[in-house]
Design a protein. Structure first.
Length: 118
């Protein structure tokens, strides 16, 4: 299992629009094989990023998503905010899950090395 954290730096005046964008999302990721869940985390400290946090059964499942037509379609339908809505570039992180308290028999994700989109 892996997690993918997309840290998105949204200016305060765009926060409501950003959150609404996720409430209105196309939901295509929910139908992807290997997808577990999606969490959108709001920062509590000014200047900290939102975190869009997804859980996947495997690295390959996530890569299949970002390389899919559904990914392109889902992001096109999600609406866009102006570039001015963001105070800096987003940061994408992938982590391999070593232990999950809700899944005690989970086999750790094999170490896959650095993350590469393509």
């Amino acid at each position: 299992m892996i997690t993918v954290a997309n840290r998105i730096y949204v200016k305060q005046e765009y926060a409501d629009a950003f959150e609404q964008r996720f409430r209105d999302r196309a939901g295509l990721v929910d139908k992807m094989p290997g997808f577990i869940s999606n969490h959108v985390l709001r920062p509590v400290t000014d200047g900290d990023p939102y975190v869009v946090f997804t859980f996947w059964n495997s690295r390959q499942d996530f890569l299949n998503w970002v390389r899919s037509d559904a990914f392109v379609k889902g992001h096109a339908q999600s609406g866009t905010l102006p570039k001015d809505a963001f105070s800096q570039s987003n940061v994408l992180e992938m982590h391999e899950v070593v232990q999950d308290s809700t899944r005690p028999n989970l086999e750790p994700e094999p170490h896959g090395g650095p993350f590469k989109m393509h």
